[in-house]
Design a protein around this ligand. Structure first.
Ligand code: HEM
Length: 142
């Protein structure tokens, strides 16, 4: 029963985290295309609220609930190849999260050097991680 509750909350938290991981780089696309100060200031506020208010708390909840799930049966999970692969992808996702935070701060200082085309490609990375992780945890191919 506890396992199912933890798993439900884990899925809710990761959906909230991914909402931000998909939308924040999209805001960077529009921010990089904007050429007036009022728009830029508004994008800075939207980015900060999304990152600090939604993404970081959801990331922490996802990781803590995931650790809670592993702690129910650590011997089993750490013997599974798919779990090692999944955790490697999660490490990449956490690095991506902090790269988003660093980029947000660069925008806030008015120091962005990158074009909207860069952010369009940057935006695709979490899609690949989502595909990989969901296939690993559901299909458990190895
Ligand atoms: C440190 C971070 C994480 C840890 C320790 C962790 C751990 C776990 C564990 C132990 C389970 C139960 C698996 C099972 O019994 O079959 C689980 C389920 C799941 N995790 Fe994570 N997880 C983490 C992050 C993530 C992330 C970032 C995602 C999404 C990209 C994710 C997606 C899922 C999904 C969809 C399930 C449900 C699988 C199913 O019911 O078949 N997890 N997680």
């Amino acid at each position: 029963m506890l396992y199912l509750w933890l798993k439900a909350l884990h899925i809710i938290a990761l959906v909230c985290w991914f909402a931000g991981l998909f939308y924040l780089p999209r805001l960077f696309v529009y921010h990089a295309m904007s050429d007036d100060q009022i728009s830029r200031d508004r994008f800075c506020t939207m980015e900060r609220k999304l990152y600090r208010g939604i993404m970081t708390p959801s990331m922490i909840a996802t990781v803590l609930l995931g650790i809670g799930l592993i702690s129910l049966n650590p011997g089993f999970y750490f013997s599974q190849g798919w779990m090692h692969a999944k955790l490697s992808l999660v490490v990449l996702l956490v690095i991506y999260h902090f790269m988003c935070g660093a980029q947000m701060k660069r925008f806030a200082r008015g120091e962005n050097q990158r074009t909207h085309v860069f952010y369009r490609w940057f935006n695709e990375a979490p899609v690949l991680v989502l595909l990989g992780v969901v296939i690993l945890v559901v299909v458990k191919p190895f």
